[in-house]
Write a protein that binds this ligand. Structure first.
Ligand SMILES: *Cc1c(COP(=O)(O)O)cnc(C)c1O
Length: 394
């Protein structure tokens, strides 16, 4: 047999990780089964003793879910992957599996709301120490990581202000402090940023966002070394049960086949919309990683290959103008999801970031005039016209 070809991203999104049965089906099979059977009691004994590799129970592993895990590992360049029921199940399990009472955790302040809750509220309930830093402040990272630390959790670009963390510099400081680094890479997607290449140990995703990409199912993923996944993550995962349903895995597998096309097209539209917003008189500031006016542009372009599908902007007129704008949209829909083919806009101060309180919002720079726009696959000219007519009503 000839050498297997070294394939590229678009090919891997279609073919990597496939398990084909003896029936030689073309599309991935949906194994909607909770359990698996054995030829004999002797075989069951051997399977449970790890002497024979065989699926046992879908909480541990399921062939449709395994196909998704193998595909994600290939496109991320990770040794191993486990898929989870939601993005939060991925973050929770990745953080908790290796920690114990007394562990110290350092996190960037600009985290997805529920990730922030895990660090600020849940960890201290189990006797762990939580420290938040401003993700863009290298002196703060240095100070926080000047003592032994178990884990660093960060998000870059962050939700919703698109703050960028210097991944390589923080990973170096974290490793010197004995910590593993977990990166929530949802905003960048596996296509635009490779945290493992920049020194991260674990990457987590909400597959609900760009991977499904069509607003249908929830899912998540955790990627890391084979050793960490098998020795640290798998016992927690197997015994606490945040497993992904095979049906949702199958939907996400279908979504991944077009991930590169969608993320590319949506990012191009997002960049055009950001440039349009940047010059609008009613806009106080527009945030997008590739904009000339973006403060962390140089760092963003060093570690990302594109700006992503999200644009955040702030209106001069606070909540009143933001609500008038949101209510005037004809194509863009008011929704707090993101990464969808449909363009979605949200007012973070009263939705996704309502619970963190005004003081924490102020620290993150989330004002009452801030709108987060997840740019979809519609014709960008229609989206620009929708924004233009909405500005006229502000
Ligand atoms: C959506 C999201 C999550 C949580 O994912 P779910 O699938 O909703 O549980 C975590 N982090 C980021 C950055 C997200 O956008």
């Amino acid at each position: 047999m000839s050498e297997p070809l070294k394939t590229r991203l678009a090919t891997d999104l279609i073919h990597a990780g496939r398990i084909r049965t003896d029936l030689e089906e073309n599309a991935e099979a949906l194994f909607l089964t909770s359990g698996f059977t054995y030829e004999s009691a002797d075989m069951a004994e051997a399977v449970f003793a790890n002497q024979i590799e065989h699926f046992q129970y879908s909480r541990f592993a399921n062939p449709t879910v395994t196909m998704l895990e193998q595909k994600l590992a290939k496109i991320e360049g990770a040794e191993a992957c486990r898929a989870t029921a939601t993005g939060m199940a991925a973050v929770h399990a990745a953080v908790m599996c290796g920690l114990k009472a007394g562990s110290r955790v350092v996190a960037s302040r600009a985290l997805f709301g529920s990730c922030h809750w895990i660090v600020s509220t849940l960890l201290p309930q189990y006797g762990m120490e939580s420290v938040f830093v401003d993700g863009g402040d290298m002196d703060a990272w240095q100070a926080a990581l000047s003592q032994p630390t178990a884990l660093v959790l960060l998000e870059s670009p962050s939700n919703p202000m698109l703050d960028i963390v210097d991944l390589r510099a923080v990973c170096d400081l974290a490793h010197a402090a004995g910590a593993i680094v977990v990166v929530d890479n949802v905003f960048a997607t596996p296509l635009l940023q490779k945290p493992l290449e920049l020194g991260a140990d674990v990457v987590v995703y909400s597959a609900t966002k760009h991977m499904d990409g069509q607003g249908r199912v929830l899912g998540g993923a955790v990627l890391g070394t084979k050793q960490w996944i098998e020795d640290v993550f798998q016992p927690f995962f197997r015994n606490t049960g945040p497993s992904l349903s095979p049906f949702n895995a199958w939907v996400i597998l279908k979504g991944l086949e077009t991930l590169h096309l969608r993320v590319k097209a949506q990012s191009e539209s997002a960049e055009r919309i950001a440039q349009f917003l940047d010059g609008q008189p009613k806009v106080k500031r527009a945030l997008y990683p590739t904009l000339a006016s973006f403060a962390q542009r140089e760092l963003a372009m060093r570690q990302m290959s594109g700006g992503g599908t999200l644009v955040t902007f702030e209106l001069h007129g606070g909540k009143e103008e933001a609500f008038r704008m949101l209510n005037a949209f004809q194509i863009i829909t008011v929704s707090n999801n993101l990464g969808d083919t449909k363009s979605l806009a949200t007012h973070p101060a009263t939705t996704t970031h309502m619970r963190i309180g005004a003081e924490e919002r102020a620290k993150l720079g989330i004002t009452d005039g801030t709108i987060r726009l997840s740019v979809g696959l519609e014709d960008v000219e229609d989206l620009l016209e929708d924004l233009t007519q909405a500005f006229a009503k502000v």
